[in-house]
Design a protein around this ligand. Structure first.
Ligand code: ADP
Ligand code: MG
Length: 681
């Protein structure tokens, strides 16, 4: 079998070294790349009856020249007008700057016109025209449109891809196992690739696309699952965990676990007991109670004689978790340590030494935890909170420090199931579906800036009832400095407007000690209002806070707003969220509407995905969100699920790594793995 990816594009006629360089810039260096360079849409040149065309639409029609042409010139520009009969109707065809066509307009000659149809004036502004007596052209076809650059034109790349397909098309291998092609009624691969470049009709183009989308998602799932299978088999710590221990620890908690929490704890404990590395994602809406689930798992690893680590994205969160875990574990004689970048060198050395000697059972920290000079005596479990803040790399560095510790990853950005499959296909997923009992839904309002007086009245009312308020400053994406200035200004204004309330301030430019003091005072109920930048966005837990106000809310993304709102509604009191937003802001309206309509994080995530598209959903590159050439996760959900199941079935087969039936697929996967440097088997 000839490998089309081993044949340089220069082998094709018409591809010299300069064109090859420009192809290279498009990511094309071989014939294989070229053949798999798919069009992103088609230009429609199919003939249609004029009666079906709507006003202003682009159409292609066939007719007969019915009058002598008339040409007007204005300097270098020109306008050519000809009467044409189409479907028995006399219409006017207009060309701009095509004076040379005048000579070819003989009355009675057949002509096809492609252009914009103006019903009222019975006129077509012609973009392209052809004379059928000159032989077949574009008329009647769907022409592929490729993404191009440099001096490469659509015509050139069409011709070049055509050549590649004519010369090498017969060598396009089938990758999918025959049973899957049959199961889904897919076009053979060779035909699909030919048709995706040259569809006879829309249905054929769609069928070709369907085949290639399935293939793309299937191959992606194969890689994920082969990786996952390898991970599964990775030997790890088999925790010894006694149910009585867990039961008595859970019994010592200040509340009863929800059914959802119990189930998730069971899933995690089950994984921890197995002699393989746990790689589990715990997802749950804000306020669902993930921390206590992590606490149970950490307790379990410590009872088995290991250490646990909890890694979080911010120092504020690290301090909060360290405080609450210390309280939980105090009575059980478990030592909790805190390790963040802002500790003094001396303190850091102390903590590091205690970790290495095993004097600290559980360490909570920021990415300082993964620095090279931190060692554990016996690391059994790593929990990362709000994981989307961590890069894949950081997780694996931390993992390497232990003897393949179990890993629990928690996220408060609920991920739609399908996305979870895609992005975290190498993880097992647990979901907290319910919030603790007695929580009232957060009432959310959307107000304009001129309602500030009423907003202040709201703050006073909550303060009088003994409750507290978060006031979030507008987010200035480009400038942390402006963010901070906003917070300082807003703080000053509020102190003036609310002289009898105590108002705290929190922002990213404060020293760690100042931050801790501000956060501590608020958590202890000493300040009524905390003015803050988004540093409190994730994780912060102050159950007595019942009012969340977000200034210039239209600057925030939907998931971020939901995160912010999740800082309230964490206790038994009715909570509120007030979004102060410009009603005219672009698509801000839809976000505000979504926020007032639902406080279900999964629904919010779904709408966020719709508004922003999957690429933007996680905001950052580190999300590991794959990019697909043809598949679109919003539309191709079902195909993704089918592909996942098929891949699971196939990787579970005994003979997958040996049978010749799967050789092309195996070769392909191995080649890709080599290219990308991923571990595969
Ligand atoms: P998140 O899932 O957002 O991290 P937390 O773990 O911070 O949520 O929990 C939110 C709040 O709910 C905390 O104050 C926590 O103590 C409380 N909580 C957690 N589980 C329960 C429960 N089963 N019953 C009552 N309160 C709970
Ligand atoms: Mg949390």
């Amino acid at each position: 079998m000839i490998d089309l990816f081993a044949i340089p594009a220069e082998r094709l006629q018409g591809v010299g070294s300069s064109k090859a360089g420009e192809l290279h810039a498009l990511g094309i260096s071989t014939v294989g790349d070229l053949i798999e360079y798919y069009p992103f849409r088609y230009e429609d040149y199919r003939l249609r009856p004029l009666s079906e065309a709507k006003d202003g639409e682009k159409i292609t029609v066939q007719g007969t020249v019915a009058s002598a042409p008339s040409l007007q010139r204005y300097g270098k520009k020109s306008r050519l007008t000809v009467r044409v009969t189409v479907d028995g109707l006399l219409l006017t065809a207009v060309w701009f700057n095509r004076a040379f066509l005048k000579e070819q307009m003989e009355i009675g000659r057949d002509i096809t016109l492609t252009g914009k149809w103006e019903q009222r004036r019975r006129q077509i502004t012609v973009a392209e025209s052809e004379f059928p007596d000159r032989g077949a052209g574009k008329t009647g076809t769907l022409q592929p449109v490729y993404s191009i650059g440099g001096s490469i034109t659509q015509a050139w790349i069409r011709k070049t891809i055509d050549r590649a397909l004519t010369q090498y098309g017969a060598m396009i291998p089938e990758l999918l196992p025959a049973q899957l092609v049959d199961r889904h009624g897919l076009m053979p691969r060779r035909e699909a690739i030919l048709r995706i470049h040259r569809p006879e009709n829309t249905r054929e183009g769609e069928e070709a696309r369907r085949r290639m989308v399935y293939e793309e998602l299937f191959l992606f799932q194969m890689k994920l699952q082969a990786y996952r299978a390898a991970n599964r088999k990775q030997e790890g710590l088999a925790h010894t965990i006694r149910s009585e221990d867990i039961r008595s620890f859970v019994g010592s908690l200040p509340f009863e676990l929800t059914e959802s929490q119990k189930q998730v704890v069971n899933e995690i404990i089950y994984d921890m007991k197995r002699p393989y590395v746990m790689n589990r994602l715990l997802q749950g809406d804000v306020g669902a109670g993930k921390t206590v689930v992590a606490a149970v798992a950490l307790y379990a690893t410590v009872r088995d004689g290991n250490q646990g680590a909890l890694m979080v994205p911010t120092e504020i969160l690290a301090e909060q978790h360290a405080r609450s875990l210390s309280k939980l574990f105090e009575a059980h004689g478990i030592q909790v340590g805190l390790l963040t970048g802002s500790l003094t060198e001396r303190k850091k050395r102390d903590v590091a030494a205690s970790l290495q000697m095993g004097l600290i059972d559980i360490v909570v920290g920021t990415h300082a935890l993964i620095q090279e000079d931190i060692f554990f005596r016996r690391l059994g479990l790593v929990v990362t909170d709000e994981q989307h803040r961590f890069g894949v790399n950081q997780r694996s560095i931390l993992r390497r420090k232990g003897m393949n510790p179990d890993v629990l990853t928690m996220t408060a950005t609920p991920i739609p199931r399908t996305l979870a499959i895609t992005v975290f296909g190498d993880l097992d997923v647990s979901t907290l579906r319910e919030r603790p009992k007695g929580r009232k839904p957060i009432k959310t309002y959307w107000v304009k800036h001129d309602m500030m007086d009423r907003v202040l009245g709201f703050i006073r009312r909550e303060a009088a009832a003994g409750r507290q308020t978060f006031f979030i400053c507008p987010l200035i994406e480009e400038s942390e400095k402006l963010d901070v200035q906003n917070a300082i200004d807003l703080h000053a204004q509020l102190r003036q407007a609310l002289p009898d309330l105590s108002i705290g301030l929190l922002h990213g430019r404060m020293t760690p000690a100042e931050k801790e003091e501000a956060m501590g005072a608020f958590a202890a109920g000493d300040s009524h209002v905390l003015v803050s930048t988004t540093v409190i966005e994730v994780g912060v837990d102050v159950p007595n806070a019942t009012l969340m106000i977000v200034m210039d809310a239209e600057r925030f993304g939907l998931s971020q707003l939901h995160q912010l709102r999740g800082r309230v509604g964490r206790g038994e009191h009715q909570s509120y969220c007030i979004l102060i937003a410009d009603p005219k802001s672009e698509n801000g309206q839809e976000r505000m509407k979504a926020m007032t309509e639902t406080d279900d994080g999964f629904e919010i995530a779904r709408r966020d995905l719709e508004l922003r598209g999957p690429g933007d959903f996680f905001g950052t590159k580190q999300s590991g969100m794959p990019e697909f050439r043809l598949a679109n996760l919003l539309n191709d959900f079902e195909v993704l699920e089918a592909a996942r199941d098929d891949a699971a079935e196939l990787t579970a087969k005994e003979d997958f790594w040996s049978s010749p039936a799967y050789a092309p697929l195996r070769d392909h996967l191995l080649r890709e793995a080599r290219l990308q440097g991923e571990p595969l088997d």
